[in-house]
Structure formats: C-alpha cells, structure tokens
Design a protein around this ligand. Structure first.
Ligand SMILES: *[C@@H]1O[C@H](CO)[C@@H](O)[C@H](O)[C@H]1NC(C)=O
Ligand SMILES: *[C@@H]1O[C@H](CO)[C@@H](O)[C@H](O)[C@H]1NC(C)=O
Ligand SMILES: *[C@@H]1O[C@H](CO)[C@@H](O)[C@H](O)[C@H]1NC(C)=O
Ligand SMILES: *[C@@H]1O[C@H](CO)[C@@H](O)[C@H](O)[C@H]1NC(C)=O
Ligand SMILES: *[C@@H]1O[C@H](CO)[C@@H](O)[C@H](O)[C@H]1NC(C)=O
Ligand SMILES: *[C@@H]1O[C@H](CO)[C@@H](O)[C@H](O)[C@H]1NC(C)=O
Ligand SMILES: *[C@@H]1O[C@H](CO)[C@@H](O)[C@H](O)[C@H]1NC(C)=O
Length: 795
C-alpha cells in the first residue's frame, strides 16, 4: 500500500513545488522535483540571478523547447549551454525532473527521455546553478561531491573558469565549426562541412611556432579568467579590450565560424565584441561554399567566379555552380582562362610546381581534364592547379592570382556580363577612374575632383575596407601574437594611435620635418623605438567613419616604393597619420640644391629613383582592387631612403584633407602647376594619365637636374616646358647625343642608353592624354635598361 501511495504523494508535492517554481525559481533542488514546460520556463537560477536554467524556446517553433542555461539579464537571453539532445521537446507536457535515483532527465510529452545526466547517487542528490553559470549535480552524502556539471559538456560557449580540455570541443550552432586541441596540442578552429573538412585557424600556411603557438605543452587547457584573459596552454592568448574584473564575458564559436569574446553591458544588456580569433573573416573556411569567393568590398561578401552562378540564391553555404558542363573529350582549344586578380582557392592542389612560367602553368591545367583553375604566384613562379574549388578568397595582398578555366564561349559572355567585379578584364581595367565626388554623388565640380580623385573600378569596387568599424574600435590595441605572418601581417601592423601616444612620441610636436598643403610632419619615436613621421592634418572635415574608411584604404597600400602608413589617430578634431620615417629628404632637395650642401645624386641613383617612382605609381594605378590616382606627383613628394630608393609620399591624401570646392582656387596649386596635366584646366574627367604626365615632368627633372616644370634655360634662352619637349624630340629623332641636356654636374658620368630611355619615356608621358603610356608600360620600358653597373660615357 505504502509503495502504491508514495509515488502519488510525491507527484502531488512536486506539482506544488512546480507552482512555487514558476513564481520564484529554485536555486537548489532535491530529488523528486520536476518542472513541466506548461508551468513556467525557469527551473533554476543562480544565487546572484546572473544565470537561469530551464525551458528555452527553439527559435522558429513556438511549441518547441530546449533545456538550456542562459544569461538572465542579457537582452537576447543568450544561451550558454543546451542539453545535448539535438531535438527540442513539445511545448505541452514535457518536463525536467530529478528522479529519486538522482538522474536529471528531460522528457518529452510521450515519455521519451531526450536527455539525461546519467547520474545515480540516490536520494540525497541535489542540483544547483552556480553564479559561474555552471549547473552542478551534487551527491551530498559523499561530502557534496560534484558528480556531474554542465561545464564538462560545453556547447558553443565557454564561460569564465570553464576549462576547454583535451576531450572537449566547442561546436558552432551551425554544427560546422569546431574549436578543439589537435594532436599537436594546438588550439584550432576547423570547418567540418558536408563535403570537406579543413583547418583554418591558426593559419594552416604556417607552422605552430610561426603562428605564435607551441606544440610542446601537452596539458591542453584553455580557460577564460574573470579579468577577460583567454589563455591556452599552446601559448594562444586573447585579452578582452575591456579587461578587468566585474564584467560578464563569454567566448563563443559563432554561427559564422569565428571565435569571439563578448562582454556584457550591464546597463543595457547588450553584448560587445571584445576579442576575436580570426581577424579576417575570409579566412574562415566554408563561408562562401563550393566555388564561392570571399572578399571585402567594403563589407564582407561572397561572389561567384566568372562562369559560375549561385547554387541557391538564398544560401551562400551552398556556393556556386558552373553555368557550363564540360567533358574530358573536349579539345583544349575550346578553353581559356579568366584571371581573378589576387584570388586564391585554398587547398585541393592537383599539382604544385615551382619556378615555372605562367604559360607552363596554364598548359599543365589545360592538359588536365580535372583541373578547374590554378593559382600562380609570379615572383617564385609557383603554380598550383586545383581539382576542387573551396575556400576561395580575394585578398588584396595575396601575391598571386587565380585563373579559372572556362569554355571559350562562357568566358566571353562572363567577361561582358556585369555580375561581378572580380576580374580585372583587360578592357574594364583601363577605364573608370571615377572621381570620388562622382562616386559620392554630391558635387559636379571638377576642381573639387582634383582634391579627391580616387579610382574605382566600374561596378566593382567601392572602397575596399577590410575591417569593419568595430574591428577598429575593438581590435586595434589587441592584436594576438598569433597573427598570420607575411603578407597577412600587413593589415595588423596598421593600427590606431591615441592622441596622447603621438604627443609623447613626437615630444609635443617638437621636431618639424616638413610642411605641406595637407599638414605638418613631425618626427616621432614610438614606444618600440620605431622612428616615425607623424603628419598632423589640417582642415579635415570628415566624420570619423569616413576618415577611418579612407585611412584604412591607404593603410593597406603597401609597396616598397610607397611610403608606408603605420596608423592613424582620430580623436575629436585631431586627425593624424603615422608614417614610416624615410631617412633622407625629398628628391627636390637633391636635384635642385643650389647651396651645394647635399651630395650630388649619381646617375645610377637617379635611374633607380626614376624606376622606383614608376613602380610605385604603377602599383597605385594598376593594383586591381584599389586604384589610386596620386594627383600630385612632384619631386617634393618623392622621398629617398637610406639607400636612395624612391618612396612616394602623400598618395591618397588629397582625399583626406577635404577642402571645400568653393574655397579652392588655382593659386593654392601654384607650387605644382608645372606638373599638372593640361586636362586639369579643361573640363575633362581626371584619370591616372594625369600622374603619367606629372611623372614625365619629374623624369626630365631627374635627367636634367633642373626645374623644367618652371622653364629651362638652353643656350642662354629661356624656354618653357613644351618648347623644351620640342627641342628634346628633335634631338631624339636626329640621333643627337643627349649630353647637352643631362645634368652637367654629372660631368658626363651617365649611362647613355638609360638616359635615352628615360627621355623617350618622359616625352611620351607629356603627349596628349590618349597617347600617353600607362605606368606599367613605363616600368617595362625602363626595366630593360636596369643594370647595376653603368657604362660611363665621356665626351
Ligand atoms: C515521442 O515524440 C518524439 C517527437 O516529438 C518522437 O520522435 C518519438 O519517436 C516519440 N516517442 C514515442 C515513444 O512515441
Ligand atoms: C602548460 O600550460 C599550462 C596551462 O596553461 C601551464 O600552467 C604550464 O605551466 C605549461 N607548462 C609548461 C611546461 O610550459
Ligand atoms: C552601456 O550601455 C549604455 C546605454 O546604452 C551606454 O551609455 C554605455 O556607454 C554602455 N557601456 C559600454 C561600456 O559600452
Ligand atoms: C541594445 O539591444 C537592443 C535590442 O537588441 C537594441 O534595440 C538597442 O538599440 C541596443 N542598445 C545599444 C546601445 O546598442
Ligand atoms: C544552407 O545550406 C546548408 C548546406 O546545404 C544547410 O546546412 C543550411 O541549413 C542552409 N541554411 C539555410 C538558412 O537554408
Ligand atoms: C609539375 O610538377 C609535377 C609533379 O607535381 C610534375 O610531374 C611535372 O612534370 C611538373 N611540370 C613541370 C612543367 O615542371
Ligand atoms: C577590348 O578592347 C579591344 C580594343 O579596344 C576590343 O577589340 C576587344 O573586343 C575588347 N575586349 C573585350 C573583352 O571587351
């Protein structure tokens, strides 16, 4: 009889307890307790109410619930743990209960147990939710021993003090991305999709050590502490930007596959990202699906390569499919390649060859019927043919290009079709140096354009902006040392400085290096002893966001012949740019040095400077994703480093020192008048050819050592630039030696072939616009004569 009555009695009690629970949830419960989903949602709360545990509605279905733990006070009630059942339960009649045996179970209405703790320590068992967010089952008869805890069964989130250890892993909600310790003791992120599995963090291109990790600590423990430091036994460290006690934080492998640290704003219940594992989202594998390409323009986006289309217009993870079908019987003549500049697909190489030409690489892919594309890196002649296309990305600093193999008819239509801007097609790439004001649609004044001409590719590239605003807000001071190396490093070196830092670095702006239209430059020394040039911009009227976007664009431009920007500062009205310090002064001081205090530039130095300047400009003009017209090429803007290599300064700056078109007038430009192409005065659209013109003038000045831009004296007669050009042209056609025009201070020590090539190039640059060569062409023409040893010509 007792046996019969007892369960009835118990369930009566538990119903009572249930009702109490819905009013005020338990902090600890004992055996025989249960909660039905109909009677409330909260089963347990932590003593300080930070965490709650109970029924959590499944997103899309109002009648389906999970058993979860969440942040009580977060606006979105962020879930930190879910009973690993895979299935939700019915919203009516399902329950959570702690049985007399001490087993915590989650039961569907039809009696199916969808999850259980599998503990059985008897009737003295209790369940509690601790302030840490850890739900623990204790067996009180054995000295409060914890027999089960939710911290041992992480889902996608780690809470402070919760340890990620060797047998555990975090899994993103998509189920496709894992954080775990691999066999080498390294903490990794892995993509595990329906078709492929691949590791993407830390960078698989580098060794553990290169990634800042160690393989030799086999303890395999990663834990977030209360101060916001996430430390892993392999040396990985992520510190919250708001590090310190008293803030709720979590580490989550997000749906998109990135590992992020979040901090809760206690006053409004919103989360802020305060740390991030993969700094560039395109490195997360699986984002754009098979054949898809990830890029930033300006935000993160996926595109399909030429000849391919989205498989499922709703869902990028399904990638792209070819719009054509091929069979192995087809003739190789039927195929061609379409270049995706700076594109690459990670992995799945059919062959990899070194030191071969682009043509050979094409042939290898052409000859293989399973080859879909290849990536070629010019410098080392590296060739990777691809049998599958996954993890595609376009990254402006990738030192290679991808070539997609397409049937000829498909290639030609895909070239014409507008649908993406990834390819720098031969024709498309010539055009569209759209002035930024056209781009911004707010001015039709061409003079205004003078100040802000930036190039953009038609239909394709808006400002390429690798990192979004919050990236700067939250990341800049906290770059994990595991940052990928090499070219991937480039963006990370770029950072935001505080005004105070720069005041300190420059000793309160003590040592002035120079002054220009856009601002004054000071010498500074950073904390790490790096010498920099700090430019204080005058008259910047841009908002923060705009300034950041543009400065980032410039900051990402990196070439040996361009002055590197290390960072910027934007605080209140202050706008400063931090540049690499270039040891020697600008070219004009050497070329037109009347005082005779500076060393005369030798001929070989001059040629090197001419070629370097051309290379720098060619990079600005022809780099596919970010075209910049300098607009103010002149010797003052060509700096010389210790080895007298040219470094072009101030590119892109016209855009930052946003001056009002109404206050602009020509008198401001007088200093550089002689370098301006005639089209400035005509109401013509401005394109890269204005730089080619200015370069031509500079080239003549390098050869002659005089300011030809403001006229020149020949045979005691003053002539202007155009007359001088006529004179030089005649000399060239009549085969006359150039001795009379080459800088007489060189006393005939110059290389005749080089001089001729330079003068020829200069003349062609000063032609009418359509006849001017591109900077690429000039580089090619000059390179023919680039040899270190010169043959002096004496007369
Ligand atoms: C109980 O319901 C679930 C779905 O709600 C179902 O998957 C399961 O098979 C059912 N079990 C029984 C024993 O009917
Ligand atoms: C290994 O990592 C653990 C946890 O980070 C640390 O406590 C321990 O000192 C490390 N061991 C060695 C030999 O570095
Ligand atoms: C928290 O939110 C409040 C209200 O939205 C805001 O004023 C405050 O700046 C936020 N604090 C932090 C640290 O973001
Ligand atoms: C906080 O989040 C809520 C809802 O998610 C949103 O409406 C609100 O604007 C956010 N507040 C801030 C300061 O971001
Ligand atoms: C997108 O496709 C993937 C892979 O086929 C699938 O797992 C996922 O559920 C889909 N997502 C949506 C929102 O349809
Ligand atoms: C390229 O490498 C493959 C092996 O990966 C080799 O068989 C082939 O001969 C190489 N081709 C050339 C042109 O070097
Ligand atoms: C590129 O331009 C040339 C000459 O201007 C033209 O013949 C050719 O058809 C163009 N190619 C494409 C793909 O538009």
């Amino acid at each position: 009889m007792g046996k019969f009555l007892c369960p009835l009695f118990i369930s009566f009690i538990s119903v009572l307890l249930c009702c109490a629970a819905s009013a005020s949830p338990w902090q600890t419960i004992g055996t025989g307790t249960s909660l039905q989903v109909d009677h409330g949602e909260t089963f347990l709360v932590s003593p300080d109410t930070t965490f709650s545990c109970g029924f959590y509605p499944s997103g899309d279905d109002t009648n389906a619930f999970y058993f979860s733990i969440w942040f009580t006070h977060a606006t979105d009630r962020t879930v930190v743990w879910t009973a690993d059942s895979g299935l939700p339960v019915n919203g009516h009649g399902s329950k959570i209960s702690l049985s007399h045996e001490g087993n915590l179970a989650f039961t569907d209405v039809n009696g199916t147990t969808v999850w259980e703790s599998k503990t059985g320590w008897g009737k003295h068992t209790t369940v509690a939710l601790l302030n840490s967010g850890n739900m623990v089952i204790k067996a009180s008869d054995s000295e409060d021993k914890i027999v089960w805890q939710s911290f041992d069964w992480p889902t996608d989130t780690l809470l402070p003090s919760q340890r990620l250890t060797r047998e555990k892993r975090l899994v993103s909600q998509s189920g496709n991305h894992f954080l775990y310790f691999d066999n080498d003791n390294v903490l990794r992120l892995q993509y595990n999709g329906p078709e492929i599995t691949s590791i993407y963090w830390p960078s698989p291109d580098y060794t553990a050590v290169q990634n800042g990790r160690t393989r030799f600590n086999s303890s395999k423990i990663a834990v977030l502490d209360d101060e916001g430091r996430f430390l892993s036994s392999d040396g990985f460290k992520m510190v919250a930007l708001d590090s310190g006690l008293g803030i709720q934080r979590r580490i989550t492998v997000d749906y998109d596959g990135n590992l992020r640290m979040y901090s809760l704003n206690a006053s409004d219940g919103n989360w802020t990202i305060t740390g991030e594992g993969v700094l560039q989202m395109c490195y997360v594998h699986g984002l754009c699906g098979r054949n898809g390409i990830c890029e930033y323009s300006p935000g993160l986006r996926c595109t399909c390569p030429p000849g391919y289309e989205m498989t499922d217009p709703e869902n990028w993870s399904r990638g792209c499919r070819p719009t054509f079908s091929v069979s192995c019987g087809q003739q190789r003549e039927d195929f061609t390649f379409v270049k995706i500049p700076h594109g690459d697909y990670y992995g799945f190489d059919l062959t990899s060859n070194k030191s071969i030409s682009l043509e050979e690489c094409m042939r290898i892919c052409m000859d293989s019927c399973v080859c879909l594309s290849f990536t070629y890196k010019g410098g080392d002649g590296l060739c990777y043919t691809k049998g599958l296309l996954y993890n595609g990305q376009v990254y402006p600093y990738f030192p290679g290009d991808n070539y997609i193999k397409l049937p000829k008819n498909v290639a030609s239509t895909s070239l014409i079709s507008k649908h993406h801007g990834l390819t720098c097609k031969p024709n498309a790439s010539k055009v569209m140096l759209v002035s930024i004001d056209a781009y911004r649609k707010n001015s039709d004044n061409i003079m205004w354009a003078y100040l802000y001409v930036f190039a953009t590719i038609i239909g394709a590239v808006e400002l390429v902006f690798i990192m979004t605003g919050w990236y700067f807000l939250f990341k800049m001071h906290n770059i994990p040392k595991s940052m990928e190396e090499g070219y991937k490093m480039i963006t990370s070196q770029f950072r935001r400085f505080t005004y105070r830092e720069l005041v300190e670095a420059t000793g309160k702006f003590k040592e002035e290096l120079g002054k220009g239209g856009s601002g004054t430059v000071y010498r500074g020394i950073l904390g790490d002893k790096k010498v920099v040039a700090v430019k204080k911009l005058t008259d910047v009227r841009q908002g923060e966001e705009e300034f950041w976007a543009e400065v980032t664009l410039i900051g990402r431009i990196n070439h040996i012949n361009l002055v590197r920007m290390w960072g910027f500062c934007s605080e209140g009205r202050q706008r400063l740019l931090v540049y690499e310090y270039v040891e020697n002064e600008s070219l004009d001081r050497y070329l037109f040095d009347d005082s005779g205090t500076r060393k005369l530039l030798s001929w070989s130095q001059r040629f090197k400077i001419a070629l370097g300047t051309a290379r720098g400009l060619a990079y600005l003009h022809h780099e596919c994703l970010e075209w910049v017209v300098h607009c103010d090429v002149k010797p003052e803007n060509i700096l010389l480093n210790r080895d007298f290599e040219a470094k072009i300064a101030d590119f892109g700056l016209s855009k930052l020192s946003k001056r009002d078109s109404s206050t602009f007038n020509f008198t401001h430009m007088r200093g550089t008048m002689g370098y301006m192409a005639p089209e400035w005065a005509l109401n013509l659209p401005i394109n890269a050819k204005v730089d080619v013109y200015s370069y031509g003038v500079v080239l003549l000045e390098i050869v002659t050592g005089t300011r030809v831009s403001s006229g020149i004296t020949i045979d005691e007669e003053d002539i202007d630039l155009m007359q001088f050009v006529q004179v030089v042209k005649q000399m060239l056609t009549s085969g006359e030696v150039l001795d009379t025009i080459v800088d007489s201070r060189l006393k005939g020590h110059f290389n005749c072939d080089q001089a001729k090539a330079m003068v020829k190039a200069a003349i062609s640059c000063l032609e009418e616009r359509s006849k001017r060569p591109t900077m690429d062409q000039i580089v090619k023409d000059l390179m023919v004569y680039d040899n270190e040893d010169y043959h002096p010509a004496y007369f």
